[in-house]
Write a protein that binds this ligand. Structure first.
Ligand SMILES: [Zn+2]
Length: 129
């Protein structure tokens, strides 16, 4: 069940936009959302629209999926370092789950999967730039 604090992120994803929490005092982004800034402990936070760009920080190719995801295996579970310096766990799409095609630092961009009428999930694909 999403918390009220995460509703901005979920609503943005439904609009196919990525939002990140940012501290109004020190100006730094963080992710996941928290009640206070993990850098300066300020509770003065805001949600800011992110450009959805980042780079592949790390990944694993999952060959043993969780129940209900068997048809998608193998798939890439990635840590994406977003512009702004925060890291988000997600899946990569639009690229084969092959280490030769997954160089660390490859440019990525957010895309969205409509998982249900209410929920859209952020995914990442190789950047088209
Ligand atoms: Zn701060």
């Amino acid at each position: 069940m999403p918390t009220a604090r995460d509703q901005a992120l979920l609503s943005a994803c439904k609009r196919h936009e990525l939002m990140l929490p940012r501290c109004k005092d020190c100006g730094r982004f963080h992710f996941y959302s928290r009640a206070v800034c993990p850098n300066c402990w300020s509770s003065s936070l805001e949600w800011v629209k992110a450009n959805g760009r980042g780079n592949l920080y790390s990944y694993v190719i999952n060959h043993r999926p969780a129940p209900c995801f068997e048809s998608q295996a193998p798939y890439v579970i990635a840590i994406v370092e977003l512009d702004g310096g925060v890291r988000m766990m997600s899946n990569l799409i639009g690229v084969d789950p092959d280490p030769a095609k997954l160089p660390v630092d490859m440019p990525l961009e957010a895309t969205f999967e409509d998982a249900s009428p209410e929920i859209s999930l952020p995914r990442f694909r190789p950047a088209q730039r």
